[in-house]
Each structure stands twice: as structure tokens, then as C-alpha cells.
Design a protein around this ligand. Sequence first.
Ligand SMILES: NC(=O)c1ccc[n+]([C@@H]2O[C@H](COP(=O)([O-])OP(=O)(O)OC[C@H]3O[C@@H](n4cnc5c(N)ncnc54)[C@H](O)[C@@H]3O)[C@@H](O)[C@H]2O)c1
Length: 259
Amino acid sequence: MARLGPGRLAGKTAIVTGGARGIGRHYSQALAAEGARVMIADIADGKTLAEEIAGRHGAEAIASVKFDVSDEKAVKNLVAQTIEHFGQIDVLVNNAAVYSTLTPRSFNEWDTDLWDKVMAVNVRGSYLMVRHVAPHMVERRSGKIINIASGAPYKGVPRMLPYVTSKGAILAFTRALSRELGQYGIAVNSLSPGYILSDTGLQNATHVEEERVPVRNSRAFKRDAYPEDLLGALVFLASSDSDFVTGQSLVVDGGAVNN
Ligand SMILES: NC(=O)c1ccc[n+]([C@@H]2O[C@H](COP(=O)([O-])OP(=O)(O)OC[C@H]3O[C@@H](n4cnc5c(N)ncnc54)[C@H](O)[C@@H]3O)[C@@H](O)[C@H]2O)c1
């Protein structure tokens, strides 16, 4: 039965990759505010955010680990630490990605090392997380996996080819994985944000210049979007409110693409 109202994630434990900054920071805060215990897992240091969340929701609500999602040993270690600290994993948010640091460029100007890095973090990283988290969910016959994709593969956004390709892979990964994990009661969905003005995004002047106005004009709701716009959809996918939803991509972009 769906449990409505605040504290919809009470008693649950979530891992948010890339949860220390950018949009992920808001995901970590929102899940904790709904009563979840949250492991912030990021290549950046999540200690300051963890202290802030602990101040609001109690020290037992939060932990952080610095790790590289593309490194299998580091992923194994993160998962072991999460189980040791919280005893279980109910929700996995695959949010870490190489995105805001990328400078848009033409299709033939992408260095192959950078192409490989985008794929290693955005695609292999999501796979490695599932590879090591899903067995715990299978054992308990429940879990929610939320893969952060993007509106970009729907639109075919130009000048960000490896990124858009990686997020297209995440949509396919979500569909295929949902069919393997459904038998264990595990939901696998993706959340596809439109262009979001996050703190990290605003640091990339080229993105802001190339995206902000055209994206706003492409929306049914003609306004800028902020991390807060994504939180209702995230909590929905993480909570029992979405218990019969799997293999889907929820596009949250003010109506720019029709999914
Ligand atoms: N900002 C947008 O407009 C937008 C739109 C659609 C989708 N998205 C997606 O939403 C997610 C968050 O976006 P954002 O704007 O905060 O991006 P971002 O690039 O600012 O942040 C990504 C996060 O991942 C972390 N990270 C990067 N490499 C890592 C690694 N190797 N190991 C572990 N952590 C790593 C970063 O430290 C950061 O916390 C990404 O998956 C992005 O693709 C963003």
C-alpha cells in the first residue's frame, strides 16, 4: 500500500552516487528529508553536506564515502561500507556522471580518451553499481533502482555527442535491466531531467549560453528549471508510491519532449 505524507522513506537506506554536489546534493537532501538514511557516494568530498544533513535529520541518517564510480574495486568497497554502516540498501540512485565539466564541441572534435571517460563513468559506472548493489536487493526481494538519464537523448541534443550517447545507453540499460530484476520485486526506472540550472551547471558558461534560452523556448512551461523541480519525481520513484512502475523513463523537463 502506498504510504502518503512526509517520511515516505522512513526505514529505507539509499545510495546516491554523485550525491555531494550539483543536482545529486539535492537528491541526498530530499531522500534524507523523507526519512531515508543516505550514503553520499562521490568522487568529491561529501563530508560538509553530510554534516549539514546530520544537523537537520540526525547523525544516524547520513554517511559519505569518496570513490570513483568507474573503478570496480572502489564500488565494491562502497557497497561493503554501506552494508556495514546501515545494514541494507533499498534505493540506488545512479546519478554520478561526467556532465557539467564537458565543453560542447563538434562531433569530430572529441578526443577518444574523453569519449572513453564519459562512457566509463556514465555507463560502466551505473552498471558496476547495479552489479554490486542488486545482489543485496535480490536477497531481500525488494529495491528501487533509479538511473539518472536525460532529456538529451530524446531530443538528440547536438555538440555533446559522447554525453548524449551515454544517456541513450542508460535508457536502454533501464529497460533491459527491469526485465531481469522484476522477478525479484526490484523496480528499475530512469529519471530524465531537462536542462537544469544547478550550481555546478551554472559554472559552465558555454552550457548556459548555448542551452538556457533555446531550452526554455522548447518547453510547454516556458521557464528555467532548478534541482528542486526534480525532487517530487525522485521521491516518487524511490517510494512505494511507484510500486507497480518499472522499466520507465520519467521525463521531467517542463514539457520539452513528448515521451
Ligand atoms: N544539469 C542538467 O541540466 C542535467 C540534465 C539532464 C541530466 N543530468 C544528469 O543529472 C546528473 C547530475 O547532473 P549535474 O548537473 O549535477 O552534473 P555534475 O557534472 O555537476 O555532477 C555529477 C556528479 O557526479 C560526480 N562524479 C563525477 N565523476 C565521478 C566519478 N568518476 N565517480 C563518482 N562520482 C563522480 C561529481 O562529483 C558530481 O557530484 C548527471 O547524471 C547528469 O548527466 C543533468
